[in-house]
Write a protein that binds this ligand. Sequence first.
Ligand code: ADP
Length: 404
Amino acid sequence: MSAGEAMQVLVINSGSSSIKYQLLDPNSGTVSAHGQVSRIGESVASGAPTVEHYGGGRTFEHDGPIADHAAGLRVVFDLFARSGHDLTGEGLAAVGHRVVHGGEVFYRPTLVTDAVVAAIEELSSLAPLHNPANVMGIESARRLLPDVPQVAVFDTAFFHGLPDAAKTYAIDTKVAAAHGIRRYGFHGTSHEYVSGQVARLLGRDPATVNQIVLHLGNGASASAIRGGRAVDTSMGLTPLEGLVMGTRSGDIDPGVLLHLARTAGMGIEAIDALLNRDSGLKGLAGVNDFRELGRLIDTGDAAARLAYGVYIHRLRRYLGAYLVELGQVDAITFTAGVGENNAQVRADALAGLTRFGITVDPVRNTAKDRTARHISPPGADIAVLVVPTNEELAIARAAAHLIR
Ligand code: ADP
């Protein structure tokens, strides 16, 4: 990248078997290249490529197996060079890393040092599926780009200031304190970004807006935000609490775990797998993707219909709770894969609430529009909105802001 070119930040979201990345300008939001490494550490007999890279108007694919995160990023960096992006040049201002759990320690975007990496690693007991994978991404990127500042942006940060009553579990405080047990909340980067966009769309100072954000993707979470500060959220110690998700149960009586351990003889690993991987829509209907769920419902599949019913019921329960918690609400916003694309979910989540000032306009709701928009009728008491989330842009902006 030559001098004078727009500022570029590389955003890396490193998961256990995948790495998603984008090279973008934090000011304009323009993405100049992006891609994904898949099936890291798995044997690759045939089928889809392990790395797909889009840049310079072209698509690049890599088919070979990817042994680990470092190997994946090396392939990615080669593909960047082939698509005309020199990451080792001076144009790359920073690398922004999504980190899932910041615990009590991290609640701001943080410049990565050895000590920061060690602390993120230490938090792995709170996020065993996520933080170790995040660290692998960070370490690989640091080795490949030793001279570029690396910034960690935490999924829990936006919820760090939750009121005590909202973040405290009603268990023995000594046990809770000894093990870091409290509600942390996740998807914070998305809730923060989307709530900021909502204030803009309403033409108001964020400090004056009370709002509910529904992030409905594969993972799903709701948040209540008063004047720009989160006052409640549906995810807790881990991203397992709250709404029904693609493969996660969300809220469940903790007695169910005890019962399964005592009467079904299930161990911790089996219960973990049950609740995180084999529950939610998948557990109820056999599919975790909402589009497939819709197809099953259309064929009259009773299990799929029940799964949809449970999903909507849980969502409405949180909506009711947050309406009461906030008292006065200016906006309810849908975001992420399901929230942005599924008009039926939006209509069903808010059906029959006109007396509370909440109405979804059927024409606006089903319009083929991908931009941030109102789906409530003009002049509604509570604005109902669809706002595309953009966690990569939010991470890029946070990283750029920190190094400035
Ligand atoms: P993740 O949590 O993995 O980031 P996403 O935000 O991409 O998840 O959301 C994935 C969910 O969104 C899936 O259930 C998928 O069916 C749904 N979804 C994504 N795109 C569409 C679309 N165009 N129409 C309907 N549903 C969609």
